[in-house]
Design a protein around this ligand. Structure first.
Ligand code: UDP
Length: 238
């Protein structure tokens, strides 16, 4: 449609689980393809796109440490899992004719570019999708923190957090019929009321830099493009 797009550069954060479809584990190629198409439809609007993808569909640090593994080691494994997801997404974007770069916070030069801020900015200016992989490169953090960090560094106007539901609710909408969705909520309300948007470090980092977080449903076909053109339902955290 002719709706005007107010965003120039955005960060899309999705969990690793968003890529596993109905499976309990790993990657579901048709789902990766569908999300890549959603990204393309927004890219076609002229919006510069950064992405961070989690790794929870393959490995989570907490899961490893619960099984007796040292937390830091398990977290590094989790970061490596995000690289696999990033490569899968890059392949799907390329299959749709888009140019992209996987940029890793942990050096693995044969597989991905190292993270160099100015270089990443240049890729965005050239309309390449930048997929930031390996989280922040540090254990004890999450990909939500990584998304917030990179969004700040890349001067993104907002983080779009794609989830299974169309925003932030006062209680789980899948369990409670009377759950209420917020149109707007503040960072402090999210922290105080433990609303499950992102972990507390990520929320605090967004708050301290006035970076809005837009929570929307990634399951809604055309939803990402719709939200960017001012349609559909979502929650804005700011
Ligand atoms: N991780 C980490 N540091 C980071 C980002 C991620 O140690 O900066 C590890 C952590 O173990 C985490 C795993 O990578 O559990 C996968 O990331 P996350 O849980 O954020 O993925 P998601 O839940 O979004 O799929």
């Amino acid at each position: 449609g002719g709706a005007k797009v107010t965003y120039r550069r955005v960060m899309l954060k999705i969990s690793g689980e968003a890529l596993m479809g109905d499976q309990g584990y790993g990657l579901h190629p048709p789902t990766v393809a569908r999300i890549a198409s959603e990204v393309k439809s927004v890219h076609d609007l002229g919006v510069e796109i950064c992405m961070v993808i989690g790794g929870g569909n393959i490995f989570r640090g907490l899961q490893g440490s619960a099984q007796g593994m040292e937390r830091a080691t398990a977290d590094y494994m989790g970061m490596l899992a995000t690289v696999m997801n990033a490569l899968a997404m890059q392949a799907a974007l390329e299959a749709r004719g888009m140019h992209s770069r996987v940029i890793s916070a942990i050096r693995m030069d044969e597989v991905a570019e190292p993270y160099i801020r100015r270089r990443a900015v240049r890729h965005l200016e050239k309309k390449r999708v930048c997929i930031f992989a390996a989280g922040t490169g540090n254990p004890y953090f999450t990909t939500d923190t990584a998304a917030t960090l990179r969004a700040n560094e890349m001067n993104c106007e907002a983080i779009f957090k794609g989830t299974k539901v169309d925003g932030v609710y006062d209680k789980d909408p899948n369990k409670h019929a009377d759950a209420k969705r917020y149109d707007n909520v503040t960072y402090d309300e999210v922290l105080q009321q433990h609303l499950g948007v992102m972990d507390a470090s990520a929320i605090a980092l967004a708050r301290d830099n006035n970076l809005p977080i837009i929570v929307f449903s990634l399951d809604e076909p055309g939803g990402f493009r719709g939200i960017l053109s001012g349609q559909g339902t979502y929650t804005k955290v700011q």
